[in-house]
Design a protein around this ligand. Structure first.
Ligand SMILES: [Fe+2]
Length: 485
């Protein structure tokens, strides 16, 4: 990562602002979309996806995947008909820029912040809200999520309702990757900060009430960047890689706002959900953007039951080191790794499950915190040079059977696969959903792949009326909530 200045920054030279990543500004509503193939019976609901999409041409700097305003893309399917809508997440910053007709905030690396009278006093000298990473629904709240700052509440039709502080209880915000426990209905979150307390965790009950307010993790006494988390029946699982914020260096122009210090190693924290003392295990340095899932080792075993002790199993995508922007390519992008952590001994052992480069891994979300067998991820065929965040294949793992299946997407750049379970279906029955954009002609497609034979490719493709820039995370909101699998 390098720090750019407003004098030298040229957005036309930023790879993550061009090709399939290039932002769109048009907001579209279209009904009766053309379907190629056949939509599965029972696939009825909304697929929503968030991603970085700067409202105006960026100034100062642009760092994928954090910078950029949020844009939500929605595909609604009802009784075989499909409609589409996309909307910006209209934060106070985006609204101020729309009034000005230009970008007022620089990218994270530039530290350019607007002052009065360009913006109202409450926005002067602030960082911009960046709720461009994820979209989740919990307790009736639809949230566009940023990296450990305030999420924005959205209407079911993607209008921005305003910042969500959970009745003022979580004013500092939450992670972009909260986890909803399907057994309890609780949404567990963490939030890192630049000031003490540097790391807290909180719990929202199934009705959205705050069950546990921000609780400091006192084994963390420096500002660190943490992107994702996992849950087991007993623990909140947090991977603390040595990515330390250094805002002073960024402001002085002597370094990046986040420094990689491999000599500090990586540790995994196990935070007991009952509020007990935090356990941790340390290891050599590696970076993790995304977990796959975690569970207590005795979960699902004969004679075993969650919550009775034993090891914790965490599957995740491991990178050699933290990198963002175009520099994060090369041999770095991640592979599937399993860490087995002993809370009692404070030790862990890691096993690489596969060497293939994958990212944006997902499971059937009804298995969060439980033993999972299958996972899907974006991947690559190796046939072409891809930018970080660009994928030309989807890959599926069956951890019980071993091995993986690949669907090569040809000219399509594909995104994160999201699982849509078949209502009333058996375990593993359902479809994988994603958005894809054709590199050759800029057309975008909503793809539906069968979970029982995903390598055979989509059973249905829906043409999206605008180009959808490659983005980050999404969710499937079925019209009828299926029972836990
Ligand atoms: Fe993420």
């Amino acid at each position: 990562m390098s720090t750019h200045t407003t004098r030298t920054f040229d957005p036309t030279r930023v790879a993550h602002l061009s090709g399939p990543f290039a932002p769109v500004t048009r907001e579209v509503d279209e009904v009766g979309l053309r379907v190629e193939g056949r939509l599965p019976d029972g696939l009825d609901g909304a697929y929503l996806r968030n991603g970085p999409n700067p409202r105006f041409s960026p100034i100062g700097s642009y760092l994928y995947p954090l910078d950029g305003d949020g844009m939500l893309h929605g595909v609604w399917i009802h009784e075989g008909t499909v409609r589409y809508r996309n909307r910006f997440v209209r934060t106070p910053g985006v609204l101020a820029e729309e009034r000005a007709g230009r970008a007022l905030w620089g990218g994270l690396e530039s530290m350019v912040m607007p002052q009065e009278p360009d913006v109202p006093a409450d926005l002067a000298g602030t960082f911009k809200d960046l709720p461009d990473i994820n979209v989740v629904r919990h307790a009736g709240r639809l949230l566009a999520l940023a990296e450990s700052s305030c999420p924005f509440r959205m209407s079911p039709e993607l209008d921005t309702l305003g910042p969500e502080t959970f009745d003022g209880a979580l004013p500092a915000g939450i992670t972009a990757h909260p986890k909803v426990d399907p057994r309890t209905g609780e949404m567990v979150v963490f939030c890192y900060g630049l000031e003490p307390p540097f790391l807290t965790w909180s719990v929202l009950g199934p009705a959205g009430e705050v069950r546990r307010g921000p609780t400091p993790v006192d084994t963390v006494d420096e500002p660190m960047m943490i992107h994702d988390m996992a849950l087991t029946a007993r623990f909140v699982v947090l991977v603390l890689a040595p990515a330390f914020f250094d805002i002073d260096a960024a402001m002085a122009g002597t370094g990046s706002f986040v420094a990689w210090r491999p000599e500090r190693g990586t540790r995994i924290l196990l935070v007991p959900r009952d509020g007990g003392p935090v356990r941790q295990a340390a290891d050599d340095a590696y970076w993790m953007w995304h977990t796959v899932n975690a569970h207590d080792a005795d979960e699902g075993q004969e004679g075993g039951a969650p919550g009775q002790g034993g090891d914790v199993v965490l599957d995740y995508v491991q990178w050699d080191h933290l990198a963002m922007g175009p520099a994060s390519g090369g041999p770095n992008p991640g592979g599937l790794v399993r860490a087995v952590i002993s809370p009692e001994a404070g030790s862990m052992r890691r096993t690489r499950l596969d060497d293939a480069a994958i990212e944006l891994p997902r499971i059937d979300d009804r298995l969060i915190g439980r033993r999972h067998r299958r996972l899907a991820a974006a991947s690559g065929t190796g046939a072409r040079d891809l930018l970080p965040g660009e994928h030309d294949a989807l890959r599926w793992y069956d951890l019980q059977r071993g091995g993986s299946e690949l669907w090569a997407a040809g000219d399509l750049a594909v995104g994160e696969p999201v699982f849509a379970p078949t209502p009333g279906g058996a375990d593993g029955e359902g479809h994988w959903l994603t958005l894809a954009t054709d590199r050759t002609d800029g057309t975008s497609w909503f793809l539906v792949l069968p979970a029982d034979e995903p390598e055979s490719g989509p059973v249905a493709r829906v043409r999206i009326p605008v180009r959808v820039p490659l983005g980050l995370h999404g969710t499937w909101l079925p019209t009828e909530e299926p029972a836990p699998g």
